[in-house]
Design a protein around this ligand. Structure first.
Ligand SMILES: Nc1ncnc2c1ncn2[C@@H]1O[C@H](COP(=O)(O)OP(=O)(O)OP(=O)(O)O)[C@@H](O)[C@H]1O
Ligand SMILES: [Mg+2]
Length: 228
């Protein structure tokens, strides 16, 4: 399988002088195309910090990060945000939908940034909302949707640009078990279709749904384990 992501000796520190705190201390990680990887670790271990770096939302202090055949280190802010919009879909614990936009408008937004035609935007938005089982809720606003439905809108928004990588930070963290299961079932379908998924969690049962678990502790990879 082709390597999608390759991280070598990645470190991240915050602050200066006496306040300097090293949060990631030499992470080595490789993710192949089509893998479903869970990053598991206790609170404060550096999971979100790592996710923000992998998602090109944040820079790192030292080390190397390659995405596909691109060395991310050399990219300017503008190049980075273009790259991010094209290649990466994000899902967050708190859904992060825009409250004044309907489900349809939330999903359409990344396509507007990509300057797709209106007809294409509408068609892809409709398809994606159908894909997550929300054809009948397209004109609902986030506050008219349950948590599970909001997260499915967020997944549709993350996937509408057909990104190479889906990055999810505690995607089931704000959901009850039934809704959490639905989101995981959707991840399994996406994985079966060939999507590469990296999911952050502190829940071992959720992590076991992935094909590989990367255990993070104190900013380091403690061990990796194949699930199946
Ligand atoms: N912008 C920042 N400035 C300073 N320190 C930060 C910043 N962001 C994160 N940290 C610190 O980095 C460490 C790791 O935080 P991070 O959010 O990556 O943890 P996490 O594993 O995602 O935890 P949780 O499971 O609680 O979400 C914490 O000690 C946190 O205080
Ligand atoms: Mg976190």
């Amino acid at each position: 399988m082709t390597t999608l992501i390759s991280v070598e000796q990645l470190t991240k520190s915050y602050g200066e002088g006496d306040n300097r705190q090293t949060v990631l201390r030499g992470i080595d990680l490789e993710v192949k195309e089509g893998e479903f990887v869970a990053i598991l670790g206790p609170s404060g271990s550096g999971k979100s910090t790592l996710m923000n770096i992998l998602g090109c939302l944040d820079g790192y202090s030292s080390g190397r990060y390659r995405f596909g055949n691109k060395d991310v280190t050399g990219l300017s802010e503008t190049e980075l945000s273009l790259f991010r919009n094209e290649r990466i879909g994000f899902i967050f614990q708190q859904f992060n939908l825009l409250p004044r936009l309907s489900a349809r408008e939330n999903v359409e937004l990344p396509l507007i940034y990509q300057r797709s035609s209106k007809a294409e935007r509408q068609e892809r938005t409709r398809q994606m909302l159908a894909r997550v089982g929300l054809s009948d809720k397209m004109d609902h606003f986030p506050n008219q949707l349950s948590g599970g439905q909001q997260q499915r809108v967020a997944i549709a928004r993350a996937l509408v640009t057909n990104p190479s990588l889906l990055l999810a930070d505690e995607p089931t963290g704000a959901l009850d078990q039934t809704n959490g299961r639905q989101i995981i079932a959707l991840f399994h379908e996406l994985h079966a279709e060939g999507k590469t998924i990296i999911m952050i969690t502190h829940d071992i049962d959720i992590a076991k749904e992935a094909t590989r678990i990367v255990h993070v502790r104190d900013g380091k990879i403690e061990k990796e384990e194949r699930v199946r």
